[in-house]
Design a protein around this ligand. Structure first.
Ligand code: 4AD
Ligand code: MG
Length: 463
């Protein structure tokens, strides 16, 4: 007998085939002479209905042990199902119970639980319908990302997790040290002596792999990173994590327009891929989580994104007949309410905003003519706000040196980054996609804590 996954059986199983299935019990219903049990193995939203006849050996003992949450192995024959809801079910010949789950204490009994509650049982929540669907979609998004870039000839590069530079210059860094924090070595002036630390200087968890992606793009032309990034940002919102995954393509010989084109093509590709590979999970989200999910996907795939400059966006916001909490004027950083007004209410689709004031963006962005703005772009998504941030990079050595000085960044640490402008510099551009925000966008999940298996947020590193 062949061990098979539930998803495969539900899709391809034929009556009379003998199979073995392993999984966790979702429900059990005892009737006269037999019982129904639903087994889920994580491969699909739907479980497999198993019929256990009271004639199998040890029936009474086994059936007592099969409570919700128990792990079992069932061998038997597939038969056409009489009941509604499924085409095929498994008629058990043998049942092995691996681990029982006490009905009194197992927290996931069959009822709806709030997402807040599920976060307190993070180690068990992936066994629920919603989190199961989220993590299958998250997996599909990862595959889509690699497939998209590989098809286009981009090389996946592994940027370091430990770094000495603050790419975004926002100071949201977690320090990495092996100092004994109760006994810090000090120098003559009483400051911490980092020369005695593990790396001989201050080191941090990376906030972005971009600077290293630029290095690799100067050798391989088109590259991307896909890995964890960290921000000690003390914001407890439904859009921020302290540890999140980012996808960062970087392209040599590319300008801001090429960057926008890639971002748009990329998002469309991922949506198409997920719709094609996870239709049941997406239907589930559309029914139970957010009824606009399918319409949103359709909108993303079939409509061009809006593209406006920051200056134009400010004009629009100033003219809007809407009261914003944060007043609008040229020079401000767009707040979530502004971003959402543009994407949700005005354009009703993703909007790419470009050419932001240089004061509110990072040092590496290419200075525009007139020197007021930089060649930045943010992709704003309905329901999410900023999902992608990117730019054309400053490839001119003298301008970059000036910008580093203006922004007060330590130039000595960036000697290698400046070398890229000394030797064979080219116009280049890239962006960063917040992976969890993408999963939120596709699934309609409200809180970013519910689209990553183990969320890390202020005051929370449990599990
Ligand atoms: O806009 P950000 O800060 O851009 C960069 O880090 C650039 N170096 C990217 C590049 O050009 N290669 O971050 C990129 C994206 C944001 O648009 C957002 O989607 C996501 O990362 N992001 C977060 N996601 C979850 N939690 C946080 N704390 C996030 N901060 C940024
Ligand atoms: Mg940004």
């Amino acid at each position: 007998m062949e061990t098979r996954r539930v998803a495969d059986i539900l899709k391809n199983g034929q009556p009379e085939e003998t199979v073995i299935v392993k999984g966790w019990v979702r429900t059990k219903r005892e009737l006269k002479g037999f019982s129904f049990t639903e087994v889920n193995d994580g491969s699909s939203l739907a479980g497999l209905q198993v019929v256990i006849d009271s004639g199998i050996s040890d029936y009474d003992t086994i059936i007592k042990k099969i409570n919700t949450g128990a792990s079992i192995e069932v061998g038997g024959k597939l038969v056409s199902s009489q009941g509604k809801g499924q085409k095929i079910e498994l008629q058990a010949d043998s049942v092995i119970v691996y681990g029982e789950a006490d009905a009194e204490t197992y927290p996931l009994q069959k009822k709806r639980h709030s997402f807040e509650f599920l976060r307190t049982i993070n180690h068990l929540r992936s066994r629920t319908n919603t989190l199961g669907a989220v993590f299958r979609v998250r997996n599909a998004c990862s595959v889509a990302i690699h497939q998209f870039f590989q098809e286009k000839g981009f090389m996946w590069i592994h940027s370091p997790i430990i770094t000495a530079s603050d790419c975004e210059g926002a100071g949201e860094l977690f320090t990495v040290t092996n100092f004994d924090l109760n006994n810090l070595p000090k120098n003559a002036t009483g400051e911490v002596d980092y020369s005695q630390d593990f790396f001989g200087k201050p080191a941090y968890l990376t906030v972005s792999g971009q600077l290293q992606a630029e290095v690799m793009a100067m050798a391989f032309q088109n590259v991307y990173t896909f890995g964890p990034t960290f921000r000690a940002e003390n914001s407890n919102t439904s859009r921020h994590l302290a540890e999140f995954w980012m996808v960062e393509p970087e392209m040599a010989f590319c300008d801001l327009e090429g960057d926008q084109n890639l971002a748009e093509e990329f998002l469309k590709y991922i949506f198409k891929y997920v719709l094609a590979t996870c239709p049941e999970d997406i239907e589930f989200f559309n029914k139970w989580i957010n009824k606009t999910i399918l319409a949103t996907a359709d909108n993303i795939i079939n409509n061009e994104f809006a593209r406006i400059t920051y200056t134009k966006a400010i004009e629009i916001l100033e003219g809007a007949d809407k009261k914003f909490q944060f007043p609008v004027e040229w020079g401000i950083d767009l707040q979530s309410e502004h971003e959402r007004y543009l994407a949700e209410e005005l354009f009703k689709k993703p909007v790419i905003v470009t050419n932001y004031p240089k004061e509110i963006k990072a040092f590496y962005m290419r200075l525009d003519e007139g020197e007021k703005t930089v060649s930045a772009m943010d992709v704003l998504a309905p329901g999410i706000g900023e999902i992608i941030g990117g730019s054309q990079r400053e490839e001119r050595l003298d301008v970059l040196e000036r910008r580093i000085q203006e922004t007060g960044i330590e130039a000595d640490d960036l000697w290698w980054y400046l070398d890229l402008r000394r030797y064979g510099t080219v116009p280049h551009a890239g962006f960063g996609l917040g992976f969890e925000r993408l999963v939120q966008f596709i699934t309609g999940m409200n809180n970013i804590r519910d689209v990553i298996p183990f969320p890390r947020t202020p005051l929370n590193a449990e599990f």
